[in-house]
Design a protein around this ligand. Structure first.
Ligand code: SF4
Length: 327
């Protein structure tokens, strides 16, 4: 039997190429090696967007179209919507009964997020309980591995503690202790060198028209010290070169490093190499996206068989859970 992988993404905005290289590219690889469950985490989106939930549903559709257009294949992995599996809410409630508040309060991501989002009122029960909901999501599918960044490890540790506590309290080992799957992924900064984020207007969206992408790349900042074509530059401090690390061949990078440092190539030529690669990368994604957009009128209808797969799995688990907690 293949080992299981679970991961999810919050539908809080359009997906950009940073999302692709930071997570989805890895998911596409994992779907060939593991039995994968990938969820649109719309309840999780509500923990921070509860005041403005109007976009969550349309973002879910965009997310699914993007996932499919970059190669996620529902015949190879189970793609579903978190909120359409009500068993998760039931498990979340039951796990809430056995999860000490102190565990949640000491969670480093909780403290960091409270500080990072200090302008917004997120001091709610739902936000504090986020790791418990995440635990319910993960363990429901008896997940072996969760692909995460290092910052998410405390959540996986908490999920493992909750699984052990459940087994100790009810004498039944229904769940699998999930493990974090740390994968080296290329970090892609925004066009201005800051974190890629739609709110900074420094992103390249996966569905963005190529003419707009080209314009953004042509005006992308370079080494600020390289003011004239004749000035030598430094690729180590240039955001354009960061993109070459992801998109270009080693040979091209060598050519750029030498040419930049000796001023034998200009930024226009350097960027034209990147623009060509970006076009090669985005064109097939856009073509597939067009096809899926035409095919999928109703995302629920499209997801129905995969959602059923997830929900059936959860139904079997919850029967055992109810028996264990004597409800
Ligand atoms: S030549 Fe390329 S790497 Fe060098 S400063 Fe210009 S854009 Fe950056």
């Amino acid at each position: 039997m293949k080992k299981r992988v679970y991961s999810a993404m919050r539908p809080t905005g359009e997906l950009h190429i940073g999302h692709y290289f930071g997570a989805i590219q890895n998911w596409v690889r994992l779907q060939n090696e593991y039995e994968c469950f990938f969820a649109v985490a719309d309840w999780h989106a509500l923990t921070t967007s509860y005041e403005n939930p109007e976009n969550i549903k349309s973002m879910r559709r965009q997310m699914i179209l993007n996932w499919l257009s970059v190669g996620m294949d529902p015949d190879k992995c189970t793609i579903f919507t978190q909120s359409h599996n009500l068993y998760t809410a039931e498990l979340y409630l039951l796990l809430g009964m056995i999860s000490p508040v102190s565990w949640l309060e000491r969670c480093p991501t909780y403290k960091e997020m409270i500080q990072a989002l200090s302008g917004r009122d997120i001091a709610n029960y739902g936000f504090l309980g986020y790791p418990v909901l995440m635990t319910a999501d993960i363990i429901m599918y008896r997940t072996n591995y969760v692909p995460v960044g290092a910052d998410q490890i405390p959540h996986i540790e908490m999920a493992r503690e909750i699984v052990r506590r459940f087994a100790n309290l009810y004498g039944e080992s229904i769940f699998t202790e999930p493990e974090a799957m740390l994968t080296e992924v290329p970090k892609l900064s925004g066009l201005d060198g800051r974190k890629m984020s739609k709110s900074y207007n420094n992103s390249i969206m996966l569905s963005e028209d190529f003419a707009s992408v080209e314009k953004k790349l042509k005006t992308m900042i370079t080494d600020p010290q390289r003011k004239r074509r004749t000035d030598p530059g430094n690729p180590d401090v240039c955001p354009v070169f960061e993109y070459h690390k992801v998109f270009s061949t080693e040979q091209e990078r060598d050519y750029i490093v030498k040419g930049c440092r000796s001023a034998s190539i200009g930024c226009i030529e350097c960027k034209s190499i990147l623009i060509r690669h970006m076009e090669e990368f985005l064109t097939p994604i856009h073509e597939k996206r067009k096809k899926f957009e035409a095919e999928i009128k109703d995302v629920d209808e499209f997801l129905a068989p995969y959602q059923k797969r997830a929900n059936d799995e959860a139904a079997g688990v919850m029967e055992k859970v109810r028996r264990a907690v004597k409800i």
